[in-house]
Design a protein. Structure first.
Length: 109
């Protein structure tokens, strides 16, 4: 999972990739550390066409605010620059997988 280091880089990732999953986390967040490897495995195993990036809300608080993120962890899923999924705090991986599958199946028709 690549870390986004600036708002400009975030905008470039969103603009140049069709499918992007953004994982927002922060320091000293036990839930974030528990969820991160599960998200990475989900994308690697099932969705190789999805670009996965991480944003630290501690390092980029202005970007977190711009994305209306006020708690962590948060998963955002973008298709062609538009947000389609937002999962917050307690993220059920199987439900997230189903949501992504549905979006990708509709997009590829």
């Amino acid at each position: 999972m690549d870390k986004v280091q600036s708002s400009i880089l975030f905008d470039q990732v969103i603009a140049t990739n069709t499918f992007v999953m953004v994982y927002l986390s922060g320091q000293n967040c036990a839930v974030c550390e528990a969820v991160k490897p599960k998200i990475e495995k989900l994308i690697v195993d099932y969705f190789p066409d999805v670009t996965l990036v991480e944003i630290s809300t501690n390092q980029l608080p202005e970007l977190a605010t711009r994305l209306s993120v006020f708690t962590i962890p948060v998963i955002l899923f973008f298709v062609e620059g538009k947000e389609y999924i937002r999962e917050v705090r307690f993220i059920e991986i199987s439900v997230l997988k189903q949501k992504i599958e549905k979006i990708l199946s509709l997009y590829k028709k």
